[in-house]
Write a protein that binds this ligand. Structure first.
Ligand code: FES
Length: 107
């Protein structure tokens, strides 16, 4: 769910854009962070932990913890809570991260 009108901050959502998570299109709005846009689309799992290969989601929401690392437009380890959406952005969980892949698939 997107909050379109904040009671204190007013209108927050600007232009609508399309982002792609695992090649599926989702609606987002300029100025949203990638993690917030995914959460608004009910996507809570952003990846898996490296050692225990357990689900990870947004934790600190301020660029301090690395829990929201994802692959964005081919770049690994992007802190998605600090990265704003861009129209056409391609986002993947960190499954493609070689270290995570070796833990979960034994590569
Ligand atoms: S949620 Fe902690 S760095 Fe993004």
């Amino acid at each position: 769910m997107h909050i379109k009108h904040h009671p204190i901050l007013g209108e927050q959502l600007q232009k609508q854009v399309t982002i792609y998570f695992k090649d599926e299109p989702y609606t987002a709005y300029e100025q949203q962070s990638v993690a917030a846009a995914l959460l608004a689309n009910d996507i809570k799992q952003l990846g898996v932990s490296r050692n225990l290969v357990q689900p990870r989601g947004m934790f600190c929401s301020r660029g301090r913890c690395c829990s929201c690392y994802m692959t964005v437009n081919g770049e690994d380890h992007v802190r998605t809570c600090m990265t704003k959406v861009v129209d056409g952005m391609k986002i993947y969980p960190n499954d493609g991260d070689p270290q995570v892949r070796s833990e979960s698939h034994g590569d």
